[in-house]
Design a protein around this ligand. Structure first.
Ligand SMILES: *Cc1c(COP(=O)(O)O)cnc(C)c1O
Length: 395
């Protein structure tokens, strides 16, 4: 690429963002409370039901079930704890390896290590920003062997037990390819759908393809409960276990405190669930706004050479949680110049995560070739993506 042109790119990107979102500072993603949030929160305060008991938890779970089509949703205190419990219920044991993308938020890997298991990092693809299923298949064919029904890593001797795809910035991963790999190598599929509430693959909601899936309602996600998460599953027995494990395994009784096993206090408080009930009433509206924002950004960025706006993968409907710009030139330098210029102008653009395989705490973890993940990390810039930005009229 010619240097003069690439040096103009930071300015051009800044101007393009400005033309879409206006001159004011714009955050990466702001929460929005325009519905029944005050009413439901007031109800919690008026009735005194603010904590681990109350009608909003049940109601939020039923809302999530009808919105996602999952048979069961279990609300918990955050997305990380949802992952923790989902991996326990997937049968992950100490010493197992769990395949996860290197290009994901740290929670995906942390939850694996909570069980004494090891994250095994694999490469992502440009098309979906999620795990590259074809590459994973070839990789597993070269490094694993089947022992009975179990896939064993020939190098480490450990059992490869599960695969946790993550639907990056809301874009569904190649679930068809990943399910095929999971079947061939007898791996449990657990979906990290923390970022993809409202995203669908072949018409079905992300997080409902695996044995279990998880959602997050952290402050920066498409809907928020302050902090919160949920476990999704179609398996009634696993759903009951999930509820039990996340509520200290208390045996229901009028007054007695008896607990049937060591478990967790991962209950979502009623006050957070109340926020969730109000937020989910507006989720379709937010997704529509985000899809509109994509079109607005597309109109300006399609005219700029050297960058491409991330578009939902074929066969998918994305919630476009974050709008992602991919720089053609995979040099970290240009990415950082654009981040510098746009942030100085008040647009809170952000890079993707550093690859988890490069963090000290995961330095000993096995990994496949991560060429594409490295390139994506160097090429990704997330743009201001709040739903309200779609409704700003410029000119
Ligand atoms: C947000 C997020 C989570 C869960 O985060 P919490 O803050 O614990 O709710 C997990 N995985 C990914 C990919 C996420 O983006």
């Amino acid at each position: 690429m010619n240097t003069a042109a690439s040096n103009l790119l930071p300015k051009k990107v800044t101007e393009a963002i400005k033309s879409v979102v206006g001159v004011n500072p714009a955050d990466l993603h702001e929460p929005e409370f325009v519905g029944n949030e005050w009413n439901y929160l007031k109800d919690c305060l008026d009735t005194g039901y603010v904590s681990s008991v109350g009608q909003y938890v049940d109601r939020f779970e039923r809302n999530l079930e009808s919105f996602t089509g999952a048979k069961h949703a279990i609300a918990v205190v955050n997305g990380t704890s949802a992952l923790h419990i989902a991996l326990i219920l997937a049968g992950i044991e100490s010493g197992d390896e769990v395949l996860i993308p290197a290009l994901t938020f740290v929670a995906t890997a942390n939850a694996v290590t909570y069980l004494g298991a090891t994250p095994h990092f694999v490469d992502s693809e440009r098309q979906t920003l999620g795990i590259d299923a074809q590459k994973l298949k070839n990789y597993l064919q070269s490094i694993s062997k089947m022992q009975g029904n179990t896939s064993i890593n020939r190098k480490t001797g450990r059992r490869i037990r599960a695969i946790v795809p993550m639907h990056t910035f809301g874009h569904p991963s190649d679930l068809t390819g990943l399910i095929e790999v999971a079947n061939e190598f007898n791996l449990v599929l657990v979906e990290d759908a923390a970022e993809s509430l409202g995203s669908r693959f072949n018409g079905s909601h992300t997080g409902t393809f695996g044995k279990l899936g998880i959602l997050s309602f952290n402050g920066n996600k498409i809907i928020t409960t302050g902090g919160g998460g949920a476990i999704l599953t179609s398996d009634t027995e696993l759903a009951m276990r999930a509820k039990q494990l996340t509520t200290t395994s208390k045996i229901p009784h009028k007054w007695e405190f008896r607990h049937s096993e060591i478990a967790y206090n991962y209950r979502l408080p009623n006050i957070n669930a109340a926020l969730g009930c109000a937020q989910i009433e507006n989720v379709e509206f937010k997704i529509a706004a985000k899809r509109e924002l994509y079109i607005k950004y597309y109109e300006v960025f399609s005219k700029i050479e050297g960058v491409h706006l991330m578009r939902e993968p074929n066969g998918s409907l994305s919630n476009y949680w974050l709008q992602t710009l991919l720089i053609d030139d995979p040099s970290l330098k240009l990415r950082d110049e654009i981040l510098e210029e746009t942030n100085n102008a008040g647009y809170r653009t952000r890079p993707a995560w550093n690859l988890l395989s490069d963090l000290d705490q995961f330095g000993g973890s096995p990994k496949s070739d991560l060429t594409e993940s490295h390139q994506l990390m160097n090429r990704i810039i997330n743009l201001p993506s709040s739903p309200k930005l779609a409704r700003i009229v410029t000119d």
